[in-house]
Ligand binder design. Sequence first.
Ligand SMILES: NC(=O)c1ccc[n+]([C@@H]2O[C@H](COP(=O)([O-])OP(=O)(O)OC[C@H]3O[C@@H](n4cnc5c(N)ncnc54)[C@H](O)[C@@H]3O)[C@@H](O)[C@H]2O)c1
Length: 253
Amino acid sequence: MAKNERPVVLVTGSAGALGSEMCKQFLDEGYDVVVSDLREEAALEVAKNLDPSGEHVLTVAMDVGSTPSVDSGIESIIKRFGRLDVLVNNAGNFRQGLTSSYTDEDWRFITNVHLDGAFRCCRAAYPHLVKSPFPSIISIASIAGRIGLPGRLSYSVSKAGLEALTRALAVEWAPENIRVVAVAPGFTKTANRIFVDGKEVTHEAFAQAVPMKRMGRPEEQAAVVVFLASRKASYINGQTIVVDGGATIDLRV
Ligand SMILES: NC(=O)c1ccc[n+]([C@@H]2O[C@H](COP(=O)([O-])OP(=O)(O)OC[C@H]3O[C@@H](n4cnc5c(N)ncnc54)[C@H](O)[C@@H]3O)[C@@H](O)[C@H]2O)c1
């Protein structure tokens, strides 16, 4: 089929809170959008709400934890649109647990999605991104990769690793004009439950630890992702933008 005129973005894990908002904002900016998730039904629902006609939105069931699934997912995007311009490594999972009782399987459950998943998607996207007039990769890290938080070792290590992946690939792929950047969200108001010392706390109570005294909103994270993909961000490369209301710069305890 003929190559798409509109740029194409793939957002992994986009049946979720942040990913679905990113898809909405990319669509508003004139992209054709690939909604992809492990949870196919939920992804189809997001896609249907965004574009009932299906003209500018494609749903792809993709498990970033599996190389064959990622490779065939990217193939199906190329088959439909003939191009891929922006990859957002957003898929994520979480399993709270203290390191002393964390199993090898617990560790791999997290790292295989956040970190290995991003690597698989970057590798599979690369041959298509090099053909794009303005390609970029944006990975969703976390402030957990920068500050110590108990009970989430593999998550924190994965997110710090994503920042390293961003720097390393930015240098490796700069000659091909592929910009590689990341966003590190702080505490963002989604359906997620928050536990402190094993006890659940409300979002409102937790937000008091943030200088701005509120959680971030999904649209505030998505706006930065869309900006980073845009030509306005054409000289930003290899960096992680922290979007956390000041949480990681406040020294008060
Ligand atoms: N919400 C926050 O406060 C926050 C803060 C910092 C970073 N983040 C990061 O932002 C990203 C999105 O978070 P969210 O709050 O929207 O979470 P979410 O749970 O709402 O969405 C994550 C999505 O990833 C999908 N997913 C899980 N495993 C997958 C796999 N193997 N393959 C494909 N998809 C898979 C899930 O089905 C889900 O739809 C994650 O990487 C998360 O770590 C979130």
